[in-house]
Ligand binder design. Structure first.
Ligand code: ADP
Ligand code: MG
Length: 912
């Protein structure tokens, strides 16, 4: 990607013919800085903390890349004045770009030659300068690294021309600032990314905002946690398009000019600094944590924040010269304080000296990350051709040469966008609550509506029925009354007829006729009555049928009502279900809250671990790490952090966390095991974890998981738990040794091996477990891990061996048993022990020295030790060891062993 091979951190290329091209030195220095940086990485993940690189480790390989400061030289063409004044003289320098060499003339016969990363002749175009010097840095910034582009040189040699030209009259003349922003704006996506700039100048240790010149006493803030510097007082302007940026540069330039006129100075005395902040979200990369009950996954977006710093330095000419412009000497010193401090820092870095005087000036504080930090840095050295300035030009070149030796460790800074995750969760929470409330209201309304409807219908049915009944009753009463009336009428008519006839009979006096006539009419009446009766019967039957019918209808209505009641009770049940669901949702919300808490806890943890990594020095021993972390917690942030831990416990519950270890989702498993590991680092939690079955879960995880991160973190947790004697027995009884051995055999990551070795080393210190540990292959597993040459792993192996040997020698002294040969020797550790007895890493050496002394306590070991060369190591230890106690122990041991004494005598070595 870059045309400079930055990643090739080891400077194989010459640092100047004039200087020793000491490639062995430069490679060793780059090696050194690499070790330091991985050292801090180790520290970060060593306790298996939740964040254990949470910010770093789990989200992104935080392996730093070594990158040397790249230096290019640009020669300005002769200007009009030089054309005349130097007409008879040759240029003081000669550039050979094809071999990347520069010659500076000492006199007519002699010249010095220097090599640089790039040489840009007076014909080099602005475009080429940008591509060679700045573009790789800009691309790095887009990838998430910090970047610096800085111009250094005498006034008038083209620093501002190179960096700051706007090129409005001619686009080919545009300088690095304009081109860099153009590339950045073209690359980022406006929806997810953001660019903002600030532009300020530093003059006589005072910082003035070039976008708001009234703001002229800005202070530098340093983040105590990571040493990041920032200028909270300076204007930070969001940039969306190129035009607004160019406008901004123009305003800044005008202010720079005006301010310097007012102060009666020149811009050549001030440093102008453009800071471009780029924030990009990393696509396709998320931390995910899911809540089981919803199965939904919440994503914490990851953002990369990087900073491009473009520095147009003040002129590099010496104080004596520049002091001639009406300044007192004190002023003149102050003017160049920053520049000379920069020179001192670069010298210190180039020489790898222990102290770099970063705090001496504001400029060096601002550029802390650019030299010896994590930024990718390009320096452009500008020089003029005039032989009159040969001295100045030579010293400028020497500055460039020294800067080439500065090694940076490039690092991407990625972080979870916790704020946006939190916002997302809040919105989701609000939505859930609102939706729930809406549903509940809708249900209540529905139930109310149906109840009303049912009541209405029942009332209507009852009314209808009553009406119908009344109607029927009236109708029958009427019919009945009618029938009676009719009968009465008939009766009356018959009576009348009867009376009439009697009169007639009396009149006619005809007896026989009278009788037959009366019989005749009576039989007719009877027939009529019968008929009426029949009618009546029919009518009654019809009425009965009607009554039955109505009765049926009533039954039907009653049934319908019962159905309605059932429906109402159904709805009641639904309401109850809803209430239940609400409770579940609320529970879930609580879980989400606790997860949020966990994330912020992880973030804090990461931050803290990063701090430890940065501030502390490399420490190899697991035991020395744990207390460190333990102390850090309560001290730093008071009870807040501890409080959040306790809260996490309360809200989520240990059992819940442990159950997450068996989650289907690998991410959750990793999160969970980190939480457990982190808890296990606190002694006060260990008992609870073991009681809740955490140890068994961790061992199961070693067996069932193939994930190296899980292995590493789980082994770290087990190592912490294995500090306690009861737990050591538990680990053994649950087959821990064979699991740890298996993990060790399959692991490649030195950190995993270190954790496993640490765990076994702890077990080695338990007198009761010696035989079993050995029988299950614990010693062989330890020995197997020395294939990884990482000093931290070796230190743990050595510690394990020392612990084991100590237990063996203790057994001899307390039980007075006639000891057999050491199991360590039986298992073949002696050659490695002898080989590393004088290891340059002191933790390894100390443990082995102790192990040798312990082994030498048993006469049964003497023969093997003599044959294996261990005797010589013991002699050496007894003479040279810097620790007096060990030296004395070795001496006494040698003196008291008849076998060793005999051997020394045989070899005619006078010992004693
Ligand atoms: P500095 O910022 O180092 O003091 P300037 O950038 O102001 O120097 O340059 C001094 C003069 O030289 C300006 O007039 C500038 O236009 C001219 N100049 C500098 N570099 C070049 C170059 N590479 N080609 C042409 N002119 C240049
Ligand atoms: Mg300038």
């Amino acid at each position: 990607m870059s045309s400079f091979s930055y990643r090739n951190g080891i400077t194989s290329k010459g640092v100047g013919v004039k200087f020793d091209n000491n490639s062995s030195k430069s490679s060793s220095s780059s090696f050194k800085s690499k070790v330091q940086s991985t050292g801090s990485g180790i520290r970060r993940s060593s306790t298996g903390s939740v964040g254990g690189g949470g910010g770093g480790g789990s989200t992104k390989d935080d392996s730093a890349v070594s990158g040397r400061v790249r230096v290019a030289v640009r020669l300005r063409p002769r200007n009009a004045e030089e054309m005349v004044a130097d007409a008879d003289f040759a240029d003081c320098v000669e550039l050979q770009p094809e071999v990347k060499r520069l010659k500076i003339r000492k006199n007519n016969w002699d010249s010095d030659t220097y090599e640089f990363d790039e040489l840009l002749t007076e014909f080099a175009s602005q475009k080429r300068v940008y591509e060679v010097v700045a573009k790789p840095v800009v691309e790095s910034v887009l990838d998430g690294y910090n970047g610096t582009i800085m111009a250094y040189g005498q006034t008038g040699t083209g620093k501002t021309y190179t960096l700051g030209r706007l090129g409005e009259e001619d686009t080919a003349g545009r300088g690095i600032m304009v081109r860099a922003l153009e590339d950045i704006l073209a690359e980022i996506s406006p929806e997810t990314d953001a660019v903002s700039v600030s532009y300020f100048q530093l003059y006589m240790e005072t910082i003035q905002d070039l976008l708001d010149p009234a703001n002229d006493n800005i202070s530098i803030m340093e983040d105590p946690r990571n040493g990041d510097v920032s200028l909270p007082g300076v204007n930070l302007v969001d940039i969306r398009d190129q035009n607004s940026f160019v406008e901004l540069l123009r305003i800044g330039e005008a202010h720079r000019f005006a301010a310097n006129t007012k102060l009666n100075t020149e811009s050549s005395r001030s440093h102008a600094i453009l800071m471009v902040h780029v924030k990009r979200s990393v696509k396709g990369k998320n931390s995910s944590l899911s809540s089981e009950s919803t199965g939904k996954t919440l994503k914490a977006p990851i953002v990369r924040k990087s900073k491009l710093v473009i520095v147009d330095l003040a002129g590099s000419e010496r104080v004596e010269k520049s002091g001639s412009e009406g300044h007192t000497f004190e002023e003149a010193k102050s003017i160049n304080l920053s520049l000379s401090a920069l020179g001192k820092c670069i010298n210190a870095l180039a020489e790898n000296s222990a102290h770099v005087p970063v705090r001496d000036s504001k400029l060096t504080r601002l550029l802390r990350d650019s030299f010896g930090g994590t930024a990718r840095t390009s320096l452009i050295i500008t020089i003029g051709p005039s032989p009159r300035h040969r001295g100045e030009t030579a010293s400028t070149i020497m500055f460039g040469q020294r800067a080439m030796k500065v090694e940076n460790m490039l690092k991407i800074k990625e972080e979870f966008d916790y704020k946006s995750l939190s916002r997302k969760l809040d919105v989701q929470l609000d939505k859930l609550i609102a939706e729930h409330e809406r549903q509940q209201k809708a249900f209540q309304d529905e139930v109310e509506r149906i109840t009303l409807e049912a009541q209405k219908r029942v009332a209507e049915a009852e009314r209808n029925y009553a009406d119908a009944l009344e109607k029927e009753k009236l109708k029958y009463q009427k019919d009945y009354a009618d029938s009676i009336k009719k009968l009465e009428e008939q009766w009356a008519a018959k009576q009348e007829k009867h009376g009439h006839r009697k009169v007639k009979v009396g009149q006619a006096d005809d007896g026989i006729d009278q009788k037959s006539n009366s019989e005749l009419s009576t039989s007719g009446e009877v027939a009529e009555i019968k008929k009426t009766l029949q009618n009546e019967t029919l009518l009654r039957k019809a009425a009965e049928a009607e009554v039955n019918n109505l009765r049926n209808q009533l039954i039907q209505w009653k049934k319908a009502e019962a159905a309605r009641n059932a429906e109402i009770s159904n709805l009641h049940k639904l309401v109850e279900d809803e209430a239940h669901q609400k409770a579940t949702l609320e529970e879930e919300i609580a879980i989400l809250r606790s997860q949020l808490l966990q994330i912020s806890f992880e973030a804090d943890q990461t931050r803290r671990n990063l701090d430890i990594g940065r501030n502390g020095e490399l420490s190899g021993s697991l035991d020395s790490l744990i207390p460190q972390v333990k102390h850090q917690q309560p001290k730093d942030s008071g009870d807040g952090e501890k409080g959040s831990m306790v809260k996490l416990f309360e809200q989520v519950g240990l059992h819940k966390i442990l159950s997450l270890l068996e989650s289907e989702d690998a991410d959750i498993r990793i999160h969970a095991v980190k939480v457990v590991a982190n808890l296990a680092a606190e002694e006060s939690n260990q008992e609870k974890i073991v009681e809740a079955g955490g140890l068994t879960s961790l061992l199961t995880l070693l067996r069932s998981s193939n994930d190296e991160t899980i292995h590493r973190v789980a082994a770290g947790a087990i190592a912490n738990l294995a500090m306690n004697e009861i737990n050591q027995e538990l680990i053994m009884s649950q087959g821990g040794i064979s699991l740890l051995s298996l993990t060790a055999a399959n692991a490649e990551d030195p950190q995993t091996l270190r954790m496993v070795a640490g765990a076994i080393a702890n077990l080695c210190g338990n007198d009761k477990l010696q035989v079993k540990l050995r029988a299950e292959g614990g010693i062989r597993a330890l020995l197997g891990m020395v294939r990884c040459r990482h000093p931290d792993v070796l230190a743990q192996v050595a510690r394990g061996i020392a612990n084991f040997a100590k237990c063996e020698s203790r057994a001899i002294s307390t039980q007075g048993t006639k000891a057999g040969k050491s199991l360590l020797i039986e298992d073949g550790t002696l050659p490695w022990i002898v080989q590393n007895a004088n290891n340059e890493a002191s933790p390894i050496r100390r443990h082995i020295e102790l192990a040798l002394c312990h082994l030498a306590q048993a006469e049964a070991n003497a023969k093997d030790m003599i044959n294996g060369g261990a005797l010589w190591e013991l002699v050496r230890i007894s003479r040279d060891c810097s620790r007096e106690d060990i030296r004395t122990l070795a001496y006494r041991t040698l003196k008291s062993s008849p076998s060793f004494q005999a051997e020394l005598k045989r070899l005619r070595i006078d010992y004693g």
